[in-house]
Design a protein around this ligand. Structure first.
Ligand code: MSP
Length: 521
């Protein structure tokens, strides 16, 4: 049976404009999804938009339109961004989809029935003008006056639905102990463990001060808190609480293998979400992976500093360097670890030149040029396929590239593929086929060397195709290679000896050398 793999991005707020954060998370998920499809897995890659809540209601009001209209408009923008960056998601969920809303209500009803959600009372210091509650300490600090209007804060009570998060303290701690890989990377897991030690409180999961949301079943004055509504997207997209026949049965894709999220939304995903799933007796995701943030030119991104990497600047990089160059930079230099990553124009240029122009590009053009010059462009036969241990060495790198990707170590996976290419470069420098070729008697040796080089490059290109799909397809086409990732045969494709002698290879320039830090504006 084919193994399933499912991966999710956070669903994006429709009240913001798409920027590097959105493109980044979508791109890393895309690389994983493409690689896994090439491996023959049954993949489900989910993304979408988070459309309810007070902020959306307010900004719609400000624009004089209905929240629904604002949501429709901005959700469409996010969808276009996916196309623009060739993201291969399998579904795009909107929290305003009837299919989602109905299931959220059904899940919340189940939680009420199981007494995991209760109607409770909340008392606090309320700022009428701001529609906001303050804690006792904060209210005292403010001398019981609104910091905005100066009016007295009033003692108010409010009814809210609460989720009994506090009753999951032991089970969540147990989860962290039993599944050390549940939250990654390690530094983020430790952060969550630290917060867990402070003790869990019940969380309000409904609101009554606005209406743009999903009503609590049975009490329509309350709308479900946007975060609870949003978290359910991961299971409503799969129809887990659906009583309708919607065509394809997607239940096999739960639990998700990876929820990829930014570090600031990890608590919701790694504590509240598993507790909700426990309350529903649903299996838990295998891993919540929290990446860090992109900063820009050494500083936190901000519109006023002018270093904000928005859609336009990303498109600028794509048109100057090509889409694959942007993908490569995001994936290999991005903040998948526990520290923030700096996006800088100069660094982008240097990585482009070192990895793509000088390594992948140069090596493929060198090998195809020599095959062109000495063998009329036809891949020579290898007189001794086991010579110099190529088959073994490459298969070790292939295995570890695959294992790294399965473990969501995207950088590790790309590095193994790059190691194959660097080995080819080293081999050419060491064996100097261009010198050997001066002696006609050495031509079988030259043929052997060039076969091994071309074969190793072909295999590396298969491993790199998820990260830089467009350029690798260009290589396959120039080299007349019949490779199609959708066939799901990566392991066979990446086996040594797949390159047939006599294959016609054209010279190919994959990554043009560009002037120093060319302007991308
Ligand atoms: N709607 C919620 C998620 C609900 S998921 C059930 C949300 N949306 S968001 O649009 O604000 O965030 C999208 C993602 O972008 C988050 O994962 C966030 O971490 C990420 N990024 C926002 N700025 C970022 C950077 N500067 N760098 C990298 N990613 C960052 O949160």
């Amino acid at each position: 049976m084919t193994k399933t793999r499912s991966i999710t991005t956070p669903i994006y707020y429709v009240n913001a404009h798409p920027h590097i954060g959105h493109v980044y998370t979508s791109t890393v998920c895309d690389v994983y999804a493409r690689f896994e499809r090439f491996l023959g897995r049954d993949v489900f890659f989910l993304t979408g938009t988070d459309e309810h809540g007070q902020k959306v209601e307010t900004s719609a009001l400000e624009q004089g339109i209905e929240p629904r209209e604002l949501a429709d408009r901005n959700s469409a923008v996010f969808r276009e961004v996916l196309d623009l960056f060739s993201i291969s998601n399998d579904d795009f969920i909107r929290t305003t989809d009837a299919h989602h809303e109905e299931q959220v209500q059904s899940f919340v009803q189940q939680l009420i029935d199981r007494d995991a959600i209760y109607l409770g009372e909340f008392e606090g210091w309320y700022d009428k003008g701001q529609e906001e509650y303050y804690t006792e300490t904060k209210a005292r600090e403010l001398e019981f006056k609104s910091p905005i209007s100066g009016q007295d804060l009033i003692r108010a009570t409010e009814q809210n639905y609460y989720f009994r998060l506090s009753s999951f303290q032991d089970r969540i701690e147990q989860l962290y102990r039993d599944e050390p890989g549940f939250v990654r990377p390690e530094a983020r897991r430790n952060e969550m463990l630290g917060r867990l030690k402070e003790g869990l409180n019940d969380v309000p999961i409904s609101r009554t001060n606005f209406t743009w949301g999903i009503p609590v079943p049975g009490n329509e004055e309350h709308v479900i808190y946007v975060w609870i509504d949003a978290l359910f997207n991961y299971v409503t997209a799969l129809g887990l609480a659906s009583d309708k026949e919607t065509g394809e049965d997607r239940s096999r894709f739960w639990p998700a293998d990876y929820h990829i999220v930014g570090k600031e939304i990890l608590w919701f995903h790694s504590v509240i979400w598993p507790a909700i799933l426990m309350a529903l007796d649903l299996p838990l995701p295998r891993c919540v992976y929290a990446h860090s943030f992109w900063i820009s030119e050494g500083q936190k991104m901000s519109k006023s500093l002018g270093n904000f990497i928005d859609l336009e600047s990303l498109q600028g990089y794509c048109s100057t360097y090509g889409q694959d160059a942007l993908r490569w930079y995001l994936v290999t230099q991005g903040p998948l670890g526990s520290t923030d990553a700096d996006f800088s124009r100069q660094h982008f240029h240097d990585v482009y030149t070192t990895d793509l122009v000088n390594t992948i590009g140069n090596c493929t053009s060198r090998v195809s040029a020599m095959i062109g010059k000495y063998f009329e462009g036809l891949v020579p036969a290898d007189p001794d396929p086991s010579f110099d241990g190529w088959a073994d060495a490459v298969s070790v790198l292939v295995e570890s590239s695959i294992a790294s990707m399965e473990d969501f170590d995207l950088v590790g996976s790309c590095n193994q593929a790059m190691a194959i290419i660097r080995r080819v470069d080293g081999y050419i420098n060491e064996t100097e086929p261009f010198k050997l070729a001066k002696d006609p008697e050495s031509m079988p040796d030259v043929g052997g060397i060039l076969y091994r080089c071309a074969e190793a490059l072909r295999i590396a290109s298969c491993l790199l195709a998820a990260a830089i799909p467009e350029r690798m397809e260009a290589l396959w086409s120039a080299w007349n290679l019949d490779i199609e990732p959708q066939r799901g045969d990566l392991v066979t494709r990446a086996a040594w000896g797949g390159l047939a002698a006599g294959t016609k290879v054209e010279k190919v320039a994959l990554f043009p050398r560009l002037e120093q830090a060319a302007s991308t504006d």
